[in-house]
Design a protein around this ligand. Structure first.
Ligand code: PLP
Length: 280
């Protein structure tokens, strides 16, 4: 088991990975990324992550010539790490060049990837979330490297003793977490925001939508105000890292009973079962 990196096709120990200081990812956040989990030696949901990655690349007008080769690097680097339960991070940036906002062709995109063991966060007991204004740009559907507002929001939440920030837009509606989707359950209906440019199309949320059918829960897309979200019977976070995590409190106020709700537990269980059965 080794923590590994891959820089433009070359595999190395993670601590030895080096990228150029003038990489546009570093100077401008000019790139897109994905985070994938591996369970028991297998990349989970990789096909879906790859599709979203390709979409993000198209949306920022970054089209590397060797996309299939990059896919091979990801698979090979993960295999080489021999880490059964891992977090696999990868990004592609517009490459290194003297600092200038506009870029000039030809591009030389730059790939970086890391593989680390995933440390279970032991959050089965549920988490508290803290509402924070959503200060992000208008294309949060692109999984871009520009995460400063997400980072600041999460930090603010942590300072206030919460696990995650619950982002609230100018209309007073809940968009998502700083690194997770945020969903509520009202009367046997899972309520998620519409798939708008203001939120990331979450892959875990996709699984939840599929699980809802099996559990005979309705799945509805509509905006919820912070007050509606707070007064839902149940609420939970969904994300690659957080999987399905119950929300017990919003801004210090209990959601439902103040414990992880029974439907949330069912969804958690069903999600885990899908992973074990490799049904991605
Ligand atoms: N929303 C944001 C802002 C995220 O950063 C993430 C995960 O990184 C998610 C939602 C959840 O997406 P996924 O389920 O694809 O991990």
């Amino acid at each position: 088991m080794r923590e590994l990196a891959n820089v433009n096709g070359a595999i190395c120990a993670l601590e030895d990975a080096v990228i150029p200081a003038e990489d546009r990812g570093c100077l401008f956040g000019d790139g897109v990324y994905e985070v994938v989990r591996a369970y028991q030696g297998r990349l989970w949901g990789f096909r879906r992550h790859w599709k979203r990655f390709q979409r993000s690349l198209r949306e920022i007008d970054l089209q590397p010539a060797n996309l299939e080769e990059i896919r091979g690097w990801i698979e090979e680097t993960y295999r080489s790490s021999q880490i059964p339960n891992a977090t696999v991070y990868f990004h592609l940036t517009r490459g290194a060049s003297p600092r200038s906002h506009a870029w000039s062709d030809p591009l030389n995109p730059s790939f970086f990837m890391s593989v680390r063991p995933f440390a279970d966060r032991a959050i089965v007991a549920g988490v508290k979330v803290q509402s924070v204004p959503d200060l992000r740009w208008r294309r949060c559907d692109i999984k871009s490297l520009n995460l400063l507002p997400n980072v600041l929001a999460k930090q603010q939440a942590r300072k206030l003793g919460a696990y995650e920030a619950l982002l609230v837009d100018n209309q007073g509606n809940v968009t998502e977490g700083s690194s997770s989707a945020a969903l509520a359950i009202l009367d046997r209906t899972i309520v998620a925001p519409p798939q708008a440019p203001s939120i990331l199309p979450s892959i875990t949320r996709e699984y939840v939508e599929e699980i809802a059918v099996a559990l005979e829960l309705a799945f509805q897309q509509r905006w919820l105000s912070l007050a509606e979200f707070r007064s839902a019977g149940e609420a939970f976070l969904a994300g690659t890292s957080d999987e399905v995590t119950g929300i017990t409190h919003v801004d210090g106020q209990a959601v439902g009973s103040g414990e992880v709700g029974p439907w949330t537990r069912e969804i958690q269980k069903a999600y885990r079962e899908r992973i074990e059965q490799r049904r991605d």
